[in-house]
Ligand binder design. Structure first.
Ligand SMILES: NC(=O)c1ccc[n+]([C@@H]2O[C@H](COP(=O)([O-])OP(=O)(O)OC[C@H]3O[C@@H](n4cnc5c(N)ncnc54)[C@H](O)[C@@H]3O)[C@@H](O)[C@H]2O)c1
Ligand SMILES: O[C@H]1[C@H](O)[C@@H](O)[C@H](O)[C@@H](O)[C@H]1O
Length: 339
């Protein structure tokens, strides 16, 4: 890679997230260009690449990654396709920003982690973008400062307007609560040791057979508890909130009080409708940090260990969901590459 030239990025998966990342690299972020768009659906890849100067279109990730002008990869295909894309990127020793989840289960995440260790250096940043959100960053700084004393509990709410048609009951955990799993680990600096899932009677607004909402309790090795209400068919908005309860006070983010209006008998503000709106600033910051680190030859941000730990916690969560109770998390020892 020529460190003076813009980073040539291949974007694998041209759906909602992939198309948004293409736009961001093309129009928002300095220091990178979209060298290729890849999608199994050639028409979709072509439509997303249209208007991006000098951008190749592929249906096979391996062909894109073999191209001379590709220096790095963004993986934005569905979770089950991530392992193959990551292993191909490793064959070319390419840095990767991989959307969450790293992979959908612990065994495949472990295989990815072993393959990265075989390379001998870190290559992967996982797309846990909440770490780049200004409100989450402020909460973490406050907790780390010790001003409020030791965190005892985190209360999280994760609401989506509606789930996509392919969403299953276990995806409320592996696809949605995966964010709170990472946020809990990052905010508290603890590993999660056990997961309990409680299942209220499903909302009549949820698709037939979907266990929505769910209430998840995460136990940590530091003794703090983190609970998550996940409700992916709430119908009214995209809400991500967190409140930390500490020994000497509490701190809360996600109330969306940026603009409050009062008019003709009404008081209130607008509620974001999806993640592209709520986390727009976070995605910009995430991509900018990844491009800058990659150009310096470094990997920063959440990595393969974090992706693996989240996958292992979510796998325990899915076991707890199926059995209607509590499951312990089984983590391998942290390899030296990630310490
Ligand atoms: N960080 C976030 O907040 C956030 C938000 C939404 C989605 N995501 C993640 O981003 C990823 C993509 O989600 P999405 O909502 O954009 O999905 P999507 O269904 O809109 O798009 C996925 C695209 O990948 C393509 N695809 C499928 N298999 C492929 C393969 N093997 N190689 C290349 N392309 C392939 C599909 O044709 C489709 O165009 C998922 O991992 C998801 O969890 C993250
Ligand atoms: O893939 C999406 C994405 O990760 C969103 O940030 C989350 O709110 C949704 O629940 C999930 O399905």
């Amino acid at each position: 890679m020529n460190r003076r030239a813009p980073l040539g990025v291949a974007v694998v998966g041209a759906g909602r997230m992939g198309a948004d990342h293409v736009r961001r690299i093309d129009r928002v972020i300095d220091g990178a260009r979209v060298a290729a768009v890849v999608d199994v659906d050639a028409e979709r890849a072509g439509a997303v690449a249209a208007g991006v100067d000098g951008c190749a279109v592929h249906t096979d990730p391996a062909a894109a990654m073999a191209a001379a002008d590709v220096d790095a990869v963004i993986v934005a295909s569905p979770g089950p396709a991530h392992e193959a894309a990551l292993l191909t990127a490793f064959e070319h020793d390419l840095p990767v920003l991989c959307e969450k989840p790293l992979t959908p289960d612990a065994a495949s995440a472990l295989r990815v982690m072993e393959a990265e260790q075989a390379l001998g250096h870190r290559r992967v940043q996982v797309g846990f973008m909440r770490r780049y959100d200004a409100e989450y960053a402020r909460l973490r700084a406050l907790l780390s400062s010790g001003r409020l004393g030791r965190p005892l509990m985190l209360h999280n709410r994760h609401r989506n307007v509606a789930s996509p048609p392919f969403f299953t009951s276990s995806m409320l955990i592996s696809d949605s609560v995966a964010h709170e799993v990472d946020a809990t680990r990052w905010l508290l600096g603890h590993e999660i040791t056990a997961v309990t899932v409680l299942r209220p009677t499903p909302s009549s607004g949820a698709p037939e057979g979907l266990r929505d909402p769910q209430f998840v309790v995460l136990e940590t090795d530091g003794g703090a508890l983190s609970d998550v209400e996940v409700f992916v068919n709430c119908g009214f908005g995209y809400q991500v909130q967190a409140e930390a309860v500490c020994e000497r006070g509490t701190a809360r983010i996600g109330d969306g009080h940026a603009l409050v209006t009062q008019t003709a008998g009404h008081w209130g503000g607008a509620i974001a409708q999806d993640w592209t709106e709520r986390f727009d600033q976070a995605y910009d910051a995430e991509l900018r940090a990844w491009v800058e680190a990659t150009r310096r030859g470094e990997v920063t941000g959440p990595g393969t260990w974090d992706g693996y730990a989240a996958a292992a916690v979510c796998e325990a969560g899915v076991r707890a969901l199926e059995n209607g109770g509590r499951a312990e998390v089984d983590l391998v020892e942290k390899p030296a590459l990630y310490r």
